[in-house]
Design a protein. Structure first.
Length: 142
């Protein structure tokens, strides 16, 4: 398999071992990440992988460190996504409230322009509100 090497990689002499170990390393990295998700510490992963897979300390340390950094990134990304969804849903409820006030004013003080497409606007607010409730109740959000 041909791979274009860029920068410092082009200076490294090609060895088939690196390609084989790269696939194995990625597999072990995924296992280490799963172990981090199970609550196993970085040092425990390092020690157990060194014995379990008969690898040198540097490789085990690299696996544990990479798995921990990916785990922290995923944890932070999940929290950020939850906060973003909460903000989105709250702003959606505020927008629905504003639209309902505008429709209430149009209903109480009817003019030709305010009553035009009134039913369509009301159905749009109802649809948006139902969608927000689905998000909030957990169909999509939780």
């Amino acid at each position: 398999m041909y791979q274009r090497l860029i920068g410092i990689e082009s200076k490294i002499e090609y060895h088939p071992f690196l390609e084989d170990w790269g696939n194995e390393y990625q597999s072990l990295l995924r296992r280490a990440l799963n172990d981090r998700q199970k609550g196993i510490s970085e040092t425990e992963i390092e020690k157990s992988y060194q014995k379990k897979y008969n690898i040198q300390w540097a490789w085990a340390d690299s696996l544990a460190t990479n798995a921990s950094s990916v785990f922290e990134q995923l944890t932070t990304a999940k929290q950020n996504q939850i906060e973003l969804l909460e903000t989105d849903v709250k702003s959606g409820f505020m927008k629905v409230g504003e639209n309902l006030e505008a429709l209430d004013n149009a209903y109480c003080n009817p003019t030709h322009s305010s009553t035009r497409n009134f039913k369509k606007k009301l159905l749009g607010v109802k649809s948006k509100l139902e969608r927000l409730v689905r998000y909030w109740d957990g169909e999509v959000y939780g």
